[in-house]
Design a protein. Structure first.
Length: 120
């Protein structure tokens, strides 16, 4: 099972991999030094942690994802709704919209998603 917990820095690191994969672990360490100001050892430590979570793999020095960014955030969102709102998407949407008004464009987009789901 994939562990969807990821902090802000890990998310930035994951984005580097998703945007550049496949990427060699050496190139990844260099990119993280440039972007995140990390030492090589930090890159390898965080990479191992995310590989252990089932998100990435480091196979012979080639780093690739086991799931796409979209799949990861879909799983993470589903897990959040399940843990926080007992799996109720309507309860989540009610809580979300209570603090911020949806634009007409966002409402139309949500309606299109529901319509597509109903048609499937």
């Amino acid at each position: 099972m994939i562990d969807c917990q990821m902090g802000v820095i890990e998310s930035r690191f994951a984005d580097i991999i998703w945007e550049n994969e496949p990427i060699s672990s050496t190139a990844l360490a260099k990119r993280c030094e440039e972007v995140l100001k990390w030492k090589k050892s930090t890159t390898y430590t965080v990479l191992k942690r995310l590989c252990d979570k089932g998100i990435f793999q480091n196979n012979g020095g080639a780093v690739t994802s086991l799931i796409t960014r979209e799949e990861f955030y879909s799983l993470r969102s589903k897990q959040f709704v399940e843990e926080t709102f007992d799996g109720s998407l309507p309860a989540f949407l009610a809580a979300f919209t209570k603090q911020s008004n949806l634009t007409a464009e966002e409402v139309a987009h949500l309606r299109a998603i529901v319509k597509k789901y109903e048609e499937e």
